[in-house]
Design a protein around this ligand. Structure first.
Ligand code: PEP
Ligand code: MN
Length: 357
């Protein structure tokens, strides 16, 4: 994806974060318009509203459908904001482009589906390859699938592309509705430095009180913008009510955000980075030496016909290291994860020795 073009809508020029806001769903003309007028008064330039809603189970509010597209045209006329909506099928793309929607986004359930993505990509390319398209990460943390979805659009000829990080589904209870696993969008940014990546704190957090902190975290980590759900009366929203904030609250959140300079690095920062480089090299070196000792142990165990894994030993290593880590202010769970990964690799290396003739 070497020849990406800028998104090209007002409010997406650098510097400064791209801000997209609006309700999860367009529900009525009044709700859509009232939300839009308040957002526009607060300086928002790009309006979002879902027209077709992919719901987990049948029976929920599945979106107002095509007639909502006229409401978005009304919003554009009344406020001058650009409009955006989610498309999940060829028919959605046709209807949205015919209605003059300015930007499309692909939802997390759709970006996980290569057949749907190909059909959407081909339809957009045929009807309006110049329209900007944002691709949400697939529901599962699969970076290649996310890139694949973007590439289908790119290969079809759609060049105004961006990505939205909205977190990943998990089973069980978590602080977040969708766990962020920031390393996935970081790797996307590393591979495609010209691709704008926008954070969706509403769907990551799933709760109003997490929108502000997650937004700041995203800006601190260098995301190019935010897409935030805002509704004139969140408690009565027909979808995602617990994560939507009023335009007034959104305005307050945005006013508290600190936008940091991504380009300028001070000498201090450069020095700190050099320290990190050096510490990482030391870590690699120490790990390499640890593995060399493990291989020697492997040889010993082979010579003495011992089993590779000795549960008691593993348990005592784990407990003593976790305690030591906690004493210097590290999280015990973090240390367990690191040790488990190191242990797994040690076992793999010892098995290699065992199976060697
Ligand atoms: C949405 O943006 O309202 C939405 C349905 O998002 P996601 O695809 O991230 O679940
Ligand atoms: Mn939503």
């Amino acid at each position: 994806m070497k020849q990406l073009l800028p998104l090209g809508l007002p409010g997406t020029e650098k510097p400064g974060p791209i801000i997209i806001a609006g309700p999860c769903s367009a529900e009525t003309l009044e709700q859509t318009m009232s939300t839009a007028l308040d957002l526009s008064r607060n300086g928002i330039k790009i309006f979002r509203a879902g027209i077709w809603k992919p719901r987990t189970k049948p029976g929920g509010f599945e979106g107002i459908g095509e007639k909502g597209l006229c409401w978005l045209s009304e919003v554009k006329k009344a406020t001058g904001m650009s409009t955006s909506t989610e498309v999940a099928t060829k028919a959605h793309v046709e209807a949205a482009i015919n209605a003059g929607i300015d930007m499309l986004w692909i939802g997390a359930r759709t970006s996980a589906n290569p057949f749907a993505m190909q059909e959407i990509a081909d339809t957009i390319a045929k009807l309006n390859p110049d329209i900007p398209v944002l691709v949400k990460n697939p529901v599962n943390p699969d970076l290649e699938l996310w890139i694949g979805a973007l590439m289908r659009l790119y290969n079809a000829g759609v060049r105004r592309l961006g990505a939205i990080h909205r977190g990943f589904s998990t089973y069980g209870k978590h602080l977040y509705r969708n766990v962020p696993q920031w390393e996935v969008p970081f790797e996307l940014a590393r591979r495609y430095s010209n691709l704008p990546i926008i954070c969706d704190p509403s769907h990551i957090g799933g709760k109003r009180e997490l929108v502000g902190p997650l937004s700041q975290e995203a800006l601190d980590m260098g995301f190019d913008g935010l897409i935030i759900e805002s509704h004139c009366n969140p408690d009565c929203a027909l979808s995602d009510k617990s994560q939507q904030v009023t335009p007034e609250v959104l305005n307050f959140i945005l006013s508290t955000l600190v936008v940091r300079d991504q380009v300028q690095t001070t000498e201090n920062l450069a020095m700190l980075r050099r320290q990190i480089d050096s510490l990482d090299n030391q870590l690699i070196d120490v790990l390499g030496r640890r593995m060399a000792v493990c291989r020697e142990i492997g040889q010993y165990k082979k010579d003495h016909r011992m089993t590779i894994v000795q549960a008691g030993r593993y348990d005592s290593i784990m407990n003593s290291r976790v305690e030591a880590a906690k004493k210097i202010g590290m999280d015990g769970e973090f240390m367990r994860t690191v040790l488990a990964a190191i242990h797994e690799e040690s076992v793999r290396q010892q098995l290699e020795i065992l199976n060697r003739r």
